[in-house]
Design a protein around this ligand. Sequence first.
Ligand code: SF4
Length: 142
Amino acid sequence: MICILCPRGCRLIVDPRPEAPSQLEDQNRNHNHNQNIQAIQVKGNQCPKGIDYARQEVLDPRRTLTTTLAIRGTRQRLPVRTQGEIPLNTLEQAMTILRTVQADPPIHMGQIIVEDLLGTGIPVVASDNWDYDEIMQGTKLP
Ligand code: SF4
């Protein structure tokens, strides 16, 4: 995999993922998670960040989700993003939920639109301002 944390773009070589934990091991998931992290060997990194990046990508890949939401009473869309990374395998479920959300103007950049996306503790915030009056007065383009 390529490390995307800086422009060097180191080509990382990652040892195969450790075996999946057994049912018994699941009861001690945190302990095993730490053991699994240490078991993943990484080569090709030019700095220590690459090791953490590769291990995270193998065990628990996450992404920042960016999309747009409906704005109540308009046909416009509001650009939004998660205020942190959520598990990669929850992106589809997150999009299903966000398709049902309507943001209520006026909206300011950084405003929390969804408090806790999928119980991750991570909110969805506005990436732009949106004020119906401003648009009607022509001071902002829709
Ligand atoms: S391993 Fe370090 S130097 Fe290489 S791309 Fe990642 S952050 Fe940059």
